[in-house]
Design a protein around this ligand. Sequence first.
Ligand SMILES: [Zn+2]
Length: 186
Amino acid sequence: MICPYCRHEDIRVVDSRDSGNEIRRRRECSACVRRFTTYERVQTRIFQVVKKDQRREGLNTGKLLDSLFSACAKRPLPVKTIEKIGKEIEDEIMNSGRSEVSSKIIGDMVMDHLRKLDRVAYIRYASVYRSFQDIETFKNEIDALLHPEPIDSEMENQLSFLPDTSLGNKGIRRRGRPRKESTPTT
Ligand SMILES: [Zn+2]
């Protein structure tokens, strides 16, 4: 096992809890002293991820977490929240009742979760792991990022890097600007 933060290989277990069907271990990196959690459980059936080139391999939860952490790097998100998403995705996959699932579907699941959590992380993930289908999708996402709809306070914190004016009541409203009509080309 390697440290998800600094890649160091010397990890010690600081706490271990057995809930019957899984063992949760709190681990600490001996180099950077940061902590993370791992879960160990019985795999009741063979489960395979189908890669783009049709090769099959087991679900690599470490890789899944790696991709989440790099998408969420330097975002105001607690490590626990990111770990929780990793576990939710893993559970979704494992409880889907399938014996195999494509890596694209896993990517979609990650995007669904990140989209709800943090738009910047979502766009990062989408641009690295799934190139946007078309420029229009990308533009829509950027627009949504720059012109958020009325949002709850949690979302607002995530958008705090935007200039204050764009979040204020005055700056954000477009007043009476005439809507451009599309004229049919004949
Ligand atoms: Zn470390």
